[in-house]
Design a binder for this molecule. Structure first.
Ligand code: MG
Length: 410
């Protein structure tokens, strides 16, 4: 009888919550930790939290070396803790003005423990690169709601992350705009009825260029993205289309589908954020102004939708929406994405590590633009493949690939 009453009360409270989010029964805002809070996704995430103070609060935030920006965020949001991972940066920053309410953790290794604290509801994983893997896994293992903006986590260790999420009761929600679009479109049907997903890509600044013409692209040219305002690593990844390759792999793990259920189309306006096709031929897409705050907010409020601090679409203006097939020859990174999505194992860790090193070498003008993908291709095709790797094997594949990519010469 008591059990029955409890279930009734629980359902009643859930019903109230779903009908009226401002109901006085529901007073506790969602406690959010933002990993990588000073980056492009991190600052957009804080903008979302700032817009919904009654629903969300920043419990903790971490940055790698942007001490001053992290301090400013702490002064505004008064979280319980902040963590600056780079010790030299922590020493170089004066935290004298930090409120007594906020505890500072300097140096590596703190975040993994802090995201597992019981008061944490949601962890937004917005650290750039493979460095995001350990803290994200820690949040997954603590059974948190994890909003993943760090695609490298799934590219490197998709099988382990998704398995542990299922075992630990964690919910993984996509933040990447394309994956959020697919996740939203998937609410319209059942997984067994899904035929395929179609990822849209802006095509980057070199859409329509030949591979030869791209030999002379400089870092300055590649850092200009036509529609999205992002950090330097992801902007270069968009220019080579390696970003889309990583997204193909990310989608394979997030949605538990096969590589041949994934397609890519070029959509220069970045307004259709991706779509899904069901077996009856119906196509469901998600469209909006290109603004990362919308997918971030959806990951924080799912299944609810709240007003978003991003611009509305003006339907009174004519706007072309183009769709083109991708040029697989000019952008060979795409082929690598499909290959790795099909193969799994250690190949994601190798591709990602090579690409991180290659992008860094390109930004230092050490290699040509077209060699970024060439490095990944060459090293991927002579690594010792392991089909069911442990986390340790993934780390050693990552290390090996980094060393190889650092010394690669044409
Ligand atoms: Mg994306």
């Amino acid at each position: 009888m008591t059990e029955c009453c409890n279930s009734f009360c629980y359902l009643f409270l859930r019903l109230i919550r779903s009908i009226n989010p401002r109901n006085p029964f529901v007073t506790k805002p969602q406690s959010i930790v933002v990993l990588g809070s000073t980056g492009s996704i991190g600052t957009s995430c804080l903008d979302v939290i700032r817009s919904h103070p009654e629903r969300m609060r920043l419990l903790g935030a971490s940055a790698f070396r942007s001490g001053k920006a992290l301090l400013e965020q702490a002064e505004e949001f008064q979280p319980e803790w902040i963590s600056l991972v780079d010790e030299a940066a922590a020493e170089a920053t004066s935290f004298d003005s930090l409120s007594e309410k906020t505890q500072l953790f300097a140096g590596p290794g703190h975040v993994e423990r802090l995201v597992q604290q019981p008061e944490v509801d949601t962890v937004v994983s917005a650290i750039v690169g493979a460095a995001g893997l350990e803290p994200t896994l820690a949040a997954v293992e603590a059974g948190k709601r994890v909003a993943i903006a760090n695609k490298e986590t799934l590219v490197v260790a998709g099988s382990i992350v998704t398995e542990r999420a299922a075992a630990c009761g964690a919910t993984i929600l996509p933040v990447d705009s394309e994956h959020s679009a697919i996740f939203q479109a998937l609410q319209a049907g059942r997984k067994p009825d899904l035929r395929r997903i179609i990822l849209t890509a802006s095509g980057g600044p070199f859409r329509g260029w030949t591979r030869d013409r791209m030999r002379d692209v400089t870092p300055e040219m590649a850092l200009q993205h036509p529609t999205w305002d992002m950090g330097p690593k992801i902007t270069i990844d968009s220019a080579t289309m390696m970003n889309k390759a990583l997204e193909i792999i990310e989608a394979r793990w997030l949605f538990g589908i096969t590589a041949d259920q994934i397609s890519v189309v070029i959509h220069p306006q970045s307004f259709i954020h991706s779509f899904v096709e069901y077996r009856d031929g119906s196509v469901i897409s998600q469209m909006s102004h290109p603004d990362m705050r919308l997918p971030i907010q959806y990951a924080l409020t799912f299944p609810e939708r709240l007003p978003c601090p991003c611009p509305d679409t003006d339907w009174s203006i004519s706007a072309p929406l183009e769709l083109h097939p991708p040029d697989m020859e000019a952008f060979p990174a795409l082929q690598l994405g499909f290959e790795v999505a099909a193969r799994g194992g250690t190949s994601g860790a190798v591709l990602n590590a090579c690409n991180e090193v290659a992008v860094d070498r390109f930004l230092r003008s050490d290699i040509r633009f077209d060699q970024i993908t060439q490095i990944s291709h060459d090293i991927l095709h002579h690594h010792t493949f392991e089909a069911q790797p442990t986390l340790e094997q993934l780390y050693s594949a990552d290390n090996w690939a980094r060393e190889e990519a650092a010394r690669w010469n044409s």
